[in-house]
Design a protein around this ligand. Structure first.
Ligand code: ATP
Length: 282
């Protein structure tokens, strides 16, 4: 077993009756890495992640998380991980401070609850009852509960769903800070910009299979993909051409038009373009 790996998965399979949710996934997440699992609804992300967390049993494959097989957890293993599931965040009549304090008691080396509340941006809501929080504030509380135990490995399942743009930016900062302090992070997301901003590597999962793993900038050979050069003729007609050498084409157009090329743009496929192609969307 490789000590450098926080997560190592080989040949993971899981079916629910006839429905094969995970169809042979191999995955390696290095310690210190931010890894994003990206995929459409029903692709198998949650099933995979919950097997890693020890909440679901696999049918086949080898899995190690922080050196332990989640199907046979050792004492203390769970306390080394932080888990943020899709939307818990409701604890009836308890206040934010009470909930975080309560959860901190489960961990041997928990962080000061007040500091955690501050970190997730809920300081002014510390005394608020959790049922009075907005959707985004409940999500921040979920994150607080995930990090209060100072996890080595943090699982985040669609962490910013329901966040406003400012809250997302603040959350991304928090993730960067945690990662800079050494926390390994595995997140699932539907947001391409989130994967692009946060992840060292992205795994695209579709129909239970990992179709590609790469740094976001290299996904789908994006950098090498053909560029589309578009411009307008002097009579205003839109023209465009695909080119592997767009600079040469632009130089040729500049010569043809004797200088400025009207309406010139040069684009390459966005992360969304390559992602949709990978998951088989036409
Ligand atoms: P989403 O983005 O919608 O959360 P996902 O990628 O997390 O989707 P999963 O929740 O892992 O996907 O589901 C994968 C497949 O397994 C789906 O076809 C789903 O219907 C099925 N599935 C998931 N959980 C169960 C379950 N407990 N019982 C039966 N089938 C399930």
């Amino acid at each position: 077993m490789d000590e450098e790996l926080a997560i190592s998965v080989r040949g993971l399979r899981k079916a629910y009756g006839d429905n094969v949710a995970v169809a042979g996934v191999d995955l390696a997440v290095r310690r210190g890495e931010v890894f994003a699992l990206l995929g459409p609804n029903g692709a198998g992300k949650t099933t995979t992640v919950e097997i890693l967390e020890g909440y679901r049993q696999r049918d086949a494959g080898e899995v190690h998380v922080l050196g332990v097989d989640p199907a046979h957890p050792s004492p203390g293993w769970r306390a080394r991980m932080g888990i943020v599931l899709q939307g818990t965040g409701e604890f009836d009549e308890l206040t934010v401070a009470e909930v975080v304090r309560h959860f901190s008691a489960f961990y041997p080396d928990a962080e000061d609850p007040a500091k955690v509340i501050e970190r997730v941006g809920l300081a002014d809501k510390a005394k608020a009852r959790t049922h009075t929080l907005s959707g985004g504030q409940k999500r921040r509380l979920d994150v607080a509960l995930g990090i209060v135990g100072r996890p080595e490995l943090l699982f985040l399942d669609e962490p910013t769903t329901g966040f406003d743009p400012e809250a997302r930016r603040e959350f991304w900062e928090l993730i960067r800070d945690l990662n800079a302090a050494g926390t390994t992070i595995l997140l699932t997301t539907h947001y391409l910009d989130e994967a692009e901003t946060l992840a060292d590597r992205v795994g695209v999962i579709a129909a239970g299979r990992l179709v590609e793993v790469a740094p976001p900038s290299r996904l789908g050979n994006r950098q090498e993909a053909m560029a589309t050069v578009s411009w307008r003729t002097p009579d205003g007609v839109a023209e465009s051409a695909e080119s592997a050498t767009p600079t040469a084409l632009v130089a040729e157009l500049a010569a043809r038009y004797g200088g400025e090329v009207p309406g010139l743009t040069v684009t390459r496929p966005t992360l969304e373009d390559v992602y949709l192609r990978m998951i088989g969307h036409r």
